[in-house]
Design a protein around this ligand. Structure first.
Ligand code: AR6
Length: 178
């Protein structure tokens, strides 16, 4: 799948047209990747977020990227892990789909995702990777936009989990392996 890749890095340095923020439902900032994105984008980002009236878990809202290289930020509150029996997987899949749908509607060609819900919200990484990759691959199979999607893992360990998950579900031949 040449439209999708898994990389290690800091999403605030991304050169994608849009980056995704693992936000909370207030959209008013927090720790983790949310804090890093707000710090890098500058106070104008929080000012725009204040006008949005929050966002439901699994949905997404778009803002400008301000001082980021990315033109847009897609803010999506992921589910808090509560054992897996509270609709977490469906909500997490919905985060990825909502961001991709909004991107396609806006004509955005390149999108970078962080690993939503797997930090402060404690979603177990292997399960989150399975949900994230299925949501992304299903969307790409049915849509021409975005042209390129990347999973930006903050650590090599997290990237390993995503690569292993991708190889388990999607690699059809040795040349496909990530
Ligand atoms: N670039 C890429 N990934 C990152 C970066 C970065 N700069 N920084 C952290 N990560 P988290 P959540 C990874 O906790 O679990 C906030 O307070 C991190 O290693 O940022 O969805 C919000 O306001 C982890 O794998 O988001 C919410 O209240 C992943 O990003 C809450 O945390 C997600 O970790 C959301 O929790």
């Amino acid at each position: 799948m040449d439209r999708f890749s898994i990389i290690v890095g800091d999403i605030t340095c991304s050169d994608a047209e849009a980056i995704v923020n693992a936000a909370n439902t207030t959209l008013l900032g927090g720790s983790g990747v949310d804090g890093a994105i707000h710090r890098a984008a500058g106070p104008e980002l929080l000012a725009e977020c204040r006008t949005l009236g929050g966002c439901e878990t699994g949905q997404a809202k778009l803002t400008a990227g301000y001082r980021l290289q990315a033109k847009y930020v897609l803010h999506t509150p992921g589910p808090i892990w509560r054992g897996g029996g509270h609709g977490e997987a469906a909500l997490l899949a919905s985060c990825y789909r909502s961001c991709l749908t909004l991107s396609a509607e806006r004509g955005i060609r390149t999108v970078d995702f962080p690993s939503i819900s797997t930090g402060v919200y404690r979603y177990p990484l292997p399960q989150a990777a399975t949900v994230a990759l299925k949501a992304i691959m299903d969307f790409l199979a049915e849509h021409d936009l975005p042209e390129r999607v990347r999973m930006v893992c903050h650590t090599e360990d997290a990237a390993q989990v995503y690569r292993q998950t991708w190889n388990f579900w999607y690699a059809e031949s040795k040349t496909d392996r990530m």
